[in-house]
Design a binder for this molecule. Structure first.
Ligand code: AMP
Length: 216
């Protein structure tokens, strides 16, 4: 199955997508993770992307599209994949459709993670990340500990730069203006959007997600 997870920042696409990818035995590609990895590795691409990410703006289409094109060409992606955080606007969605068509395939499902904006702001204010390996934490659920050290790699746990309130406001604005229109765009292009109530515990949301997406 070729699946796109669509929804605002903080909706839980990363957490749920990780679990779904594992259960379905297909890779998950998150452009945000790929870009943060490039920033950490201090590559030229990372350098270019960092300026946009810091402000909560979208990185230019050709940069993220290059990452996705490369990922979808790998053998791992040939039996299905999950995309998280891509596409983010209509131009990226058109690029993805063209790429898949050229490979003789198409999207099977778009899942929209529905979460009210005040809950997104609350979740993002509680999110922390390991500066070294990128693992996500939540100050309430994971209680990362008074020493603030990642339990996987020992790296320092910090607030993501773009989870600061002023940047969160910009990211939500960008989502409303550029990404939300994709819901109508997909419907108009005959890719049904499955709406997921993404409020509640991780297990509850995952149960609902599984009832929308059958990866067998
Ligand atoms: P995320 O982890 O998906 O919230 O992404 C973090 C940041 O990475 C976004 O605010 C953008 O600056 C950038 N980014 C991630 N995915 C994309 C994309 N598909 N197009 C453009 N920018 C992106």
């Amino acid at each position: 199955m070729n699946i796109v997870l669509l929804g605002p920042p903080g909706a839980g696409k990363g957490t749920q997508g990780e679990r779904l990818a594992e259960e379905c035995g297909i890779p998950k590609y998150a452009t945000g993770d790929m870009l943060r990895e490039a920033v950490r590795a201090d590559t030229r691409l990372g350098h270019e992307a960092a300026a946009y990410m810091k402000k909560g703006e979208l990185v230019p289409d050709e940069v993220v599209f290059g990452l996705i094109r490369e990922a979808l060409a790998t053998p791992a992606a040939q039996n299905g994949f999950i995309l998280d955080g891509f596409p983010r606007n209509v131009s990226q969605a058109k690029g993805l459709a063209g790429l898949l068509e050229a490979q003789g395939t198409a999207l099977n499902a778009v899942v929209y993670f529905n979460v009210p904006e005040e809950e997104l702001v609350r979740r993002l204010s509680r999110r922390r990340v390991c500066a070294q390996c990128g693992k996500d934490f939540n100050v309430e659920a994971d209680a990362p500990g008074s020493d603030c050290v990642c339990n996987e790699c020992g790296g320092e746990i910090k607030t993501r730069d773009d989870d600061r309130p002023e940047t969160v406001r910009m990211r939500l604005k960008v989502y409303r203006e550029q990404t939300a229109p994709l819901l109508d765009w997909y419907e108009a292009n005959d890719v049904p959007v499955r709406k997921l109530d993404a409020l509640g515990s991780v297990d509850d949301v995952y149960g609902r997600l599984k009832s929308l997406v059958d990866c067998r």
